[in-house]
Ligand binder design. Structure first.
Ligand code: SF4
Length: 486
């Protein structure tokens, strides 16, 4: 039996209709909706004094885009009216002020090592507004300690000059592009036209010398993607030489984003087997092109910061994908943005702009849900992180972090995985559990074994009920978003 046929059988066997990404654990469906301004402030007071020197990842969300990509499930508003961006910025500044007033009042200084502007499209900000926002942050924490500053950039809205400005005037040293796919037909069918030539024009030697990381996101599961088109996309992408390629599987959720149905106009989306074939060809091409797999859906060049972080055990997976810098403590501002204080707390801001603005008008931090993790949550969160970032559960590491004998602690999970072991997905060794090369393709299924809220043995119906509420609330949020879009 060939490897692909064998994998196809395994894929069928382990396929689940509902899979979780585990960028957070416990997943958001289990967070507490009463965790708002008060609870967030208590969490700040509890966490910071115990974690004074911990590095902070400061995330700023700019939720506007000028055009809609039909696959998108990000939190964004389609908008061509800059007055709305200005209005949002006023609220964002006020949120930042509310946060820093509270921190200063309690003598808490943020040790920010990374700044990340995400969206939406942060490149919707004009030059002056981008600079003002950076200057605002510079006035609030010690910018000289910021090692990484990423601006997610829409390649259709920037040119060489703007990227140089973003570095020279604003200090950005990492760019993240939603490359998604380079095939013209795929791009047409998702309403996002950005040919390879566009990237070639903006990624000039001058730009490259200012940015230590140039990351491309590649989205799998788009209409029209086949092994042939993906193979060509990979060839073109390798020529463009991003230092980092992050893959993600397209989430088809028309109940959240009705416009996604437009992608089906000329035929169905790749099914789960076809997606696996796409992942397979991407893997082969990138490895042959000199990239190293440095995470479940992450590939980087040997001399890139991500490869170094992966080799040194300093990589981490979270809401912003795979990141360098080990355990990431996020302080996030802007609508829908999500903070996490170590492995102790999660906090998320309102998605919809009216609620976000209303909270700020009332001088409240605009969070609407969150969670204080218990010890078991932390251990299991660490397990999902380790599997996703390093493809293993290293028992010694769990002893050092939590003082537990992981082999005993996870006895039930290890017993459950005996079938996966027989199928060649995991190896059990004296010092830990290791995913095999084949097992890496089943990372999400293996992480799921460690999920005590939605374990694999839970029925499909039960799992569906768990996420139903979240879907309904997301749909409401989208309705509000649609009303605001132009
Ligand atoms: S640019 Fe990004 S955030 Fe905006 S619609 Fe497209 S995918 Fe979504």
């Amino acid at each position: 039996m060939t490897k692909m046929v064998l994998n196809a059988n395994l894929i069928k066997k382990y396929h689940q209709d509902l899979v979780f990404n585990y960028s957070e654990y416990p997943t958001k469906d289990h967070w507490n909706f009463k965790f708002q301004d008060d609870e967030y402030k208590k969490a700040i007071l509890d966490w910071f004094p115990k974690n004074k020197d911990k590095k902070i990842f400061f995330y700023v969300h700019i939720p506007f885009c000028e055009e809609l990509c039909w696959f998108c499930t990000c939190s964004k508003f389609i908008n061509k009216d800059y007055a709305k961006v200005t209005d949002y910025l006023n609220y964002l500044y006020k949120e930042i002020d509310l946060l820093f007033e509270y921190l200063n009042k309690n003598d808490i200084k943020l040790n920010v090592g990374t700044v990340f502007f995400g969206g939406g499209s942060p490149t919707i900000l004009n030059r002056e507004d981008l600079k003002s926002l950076v200057d605002k942050l510079k006035s609030l924490f010690d910018w000289s300690k910021v090692e990484n500053f990423t601006i997610e950039s829409d390649p259709r809205r920037v040119d060489e000059d703007r990227l140089i400005y973003n570095h020279e005037v604003c200090g950005a040293n990492r760019i993240s592009f939603g490359m998604q796919d380079l095939d013209p037909e795929v791009q047409r069918r998702v309403n996002r036209i950005q040919p390879a030539k566009l990237f070639e024009n903006i990624l000039t030697p001058n730009v490259r010398k200012f940015y230590k990381e140039i990351a491309f996101d590649l989205l799998i599961g788009q209409p029209g993607q086949t092994i042939e088109t993906m193979s060509k996309t990979c060839d073109e992408m390798i020529k463009l030489k991003p230092t980092l390629v992050q893959l993600s599987l397209m989430a088809y959720k028309p109940w959240v984003a009705k416009y996604q149905v437009q992608m089906l106009a000329e035929g169905p989306l790749p099914d789960f087997l076809e997606r696996k074939e796409l992942l397979n060809i991407i893997h082969k091409k990138l490895i042959a092109g000199g990239y190293i797999r440095t995470g479940f859906e992450c590939y980087s060049l040997p001399d890139s910061p991500m490869t170094k972080a992966f080799n040194e055990g300093e990589a981490h997976y979270g809401a912003s994908g795979h990141q360098t810098g080990g355990r990431v403590n996020f302080i996030a501002v802007g609508s829908s943005s999500m903070s996490n204080l170590g492995n102790d707390y999660y906090v998320q801001n309102f998605y919809d702009i009216p609620s976000y603005k209303k909270a700020i008008d009332n001088n409240l931090l605009p969070s609407f849900r969150g969670l204080k993790l218990n010890k078991d949550d932390k251990i299991r969160q660490h397990a999902t992180q380790q599997i996703r970032s390093y493809f293993k559960i290293d028992y010694k590491n769990f002893y050092e972090q939590f003082g537990i004998n992981a082999k005993k602690y996870f006895k039930k999970e290890i017993d459950y995985m005996s079938e996966m072991h027989k199928d060649g997905l995991v190896n059990f060794m004296d010092d830990g559990i290791f995913l095999t090369e084949t097992g890496r393709d089943f990372t999400q299924n293996i992480m799921n074994v460690f999920d005590s809220y939605d374990p694999p043995e839970k029925s499909y119906k039960e799992r569906l009920n768990t996420v139903k509420k979240a879907k309904e609330s997301q749909a409401k949020v989208q309705e509000e978003a649609d009303k605001l879009s132009i």
